[in-house]
Write a protein that binds this ligand. Sequence first.
Ligand code: OAD
Length: 265
Amino acid sequence: MSGAVDAVAELLSRARRVVVLTGAGISAESGLRTFREAADRQEQSTSRGGVPPTMEGLWKSFDPQKLATPEAFEADPEMVTRWYDHRRVGCLAAQPNPGHVALAEIERRVVARGGVFTLLTQNVDRLHQRAGSVNVVELHGSIIEWRCVKTGRKVTPGPGAMTEFPPRSECGALLRPDVVWFGEMLPETAVRAAQEAVAECDVFLSVGTSAQVYPAAGFIHAAARNGAKTVEVNKDPTPISPMVDWSVLAKAGEVLPEVVGRMGE
Ligand code: OAD
């Protein structure tokens, strides 16, 4: 692996325009659950007819992809908002891990030498921003902010758990998390920013994502078509592992600080 780490460090030391795409895996070492692992656990527990005793149990007994939908919110706004508020409070209590901090440092070094760095994240936890990343594009929105379903007005609930479910905005309409649900379009500004960054990048790094959800999973293919060098840092193999120039199968919180340590200033 150290050969690949050296090569990635060298690549990033010379890169002029870097794009990084992150997924739930980079927040795993901050104690936040990933999606597909949660879904895998869902198979185990529902096979035993598991009933979710707690919001925590909801992760194990329900497939997030069934809860993260407008239909689920329509059918049971109380359960969906309870689950999201449980996750929101968990995100606020979590701390950025060395993987987040390393990406913020890579951005600082690329920008300091006149380069351009864009961090595309599928995560809604805002740990990248708390770690110091600046140019962050939230492809799937943020769980830290919620919005009125009627006016679209955004609010940032306080750090403690909500006390009213489903929560309501000042006008009395329902509040929902400002995240992208399955079946919903990604924010136009985010997609445009991602496409522009991908079109011009010379290095594309995919970190902590199973590379299964589009359009995010398509960006690396566009970058490769444009001649960018591609790198994957992921704990397990994914559909893009065979196509990238460098595939590092390891934990982001362990590998990315090593890459930073071997990069030039
Ligand atoms: P997944 O749960 O699909 O994939 C997480 C990936 O991270 C897996 O491939 C793990 O092997 C890897 N992983 C776990 N721990 C890691 C670690 N410490 N270091 C490096 N890699 C690690 O999550 P995403 O790919 O982010 O969409 O899922 C994409 C989207 O599907 C999510 O944004 C969400 C979900 O449904 C929406 O909610 C719209």
